[in-house]
Design a protein around this ligand. Sequence first.
Ligand code: ZN
Length: 153
Amino acid sequence: MSIESLYQDIILDHYKNPRGRGLLAAPLGVAFHVNPTCGDEVNMQVATAADGGLLIGYEGTGCSISQASASVLYELVRGLPVAEAEKIRMAFLELMHSQGHAEPDEEVLGDAIAFVGVAKYPARIKCALLPWMALQDAEIKGGLMTEANGDQK
Ligand code: ZN
């Protein structure tokens, strides 16, 4: 099996079997983001557990890339302190802006390395980034992050 088809299988698996999909009972921050060029929608919710770890809730509709990306996001950042989650978010942004040339670190990015091929297709990058932009927005709205330490592209 080629690495490309392996990565496609990972994305399809997250699309068909989304991890942790569903909404939180008491979210602190909520962000609804759309990607009009593809028709993707993601509703992202954040809260914190008693130990300070992130709680993530989400729902969405759209293409396999956008929805799989939300599932991968959940798997990667739930339970982490906000600062740790932000490091992963920045690593994912970097991967998606790599034009497919990055050698992603699986230790940091887990299944998100499967999106390296997507980074070659500018039209699909927004699909992959949609949940991650919504995450940042939800964290800001929930007071878990300030605008100042937000996006540094
Ligand atoms: Zn899409």
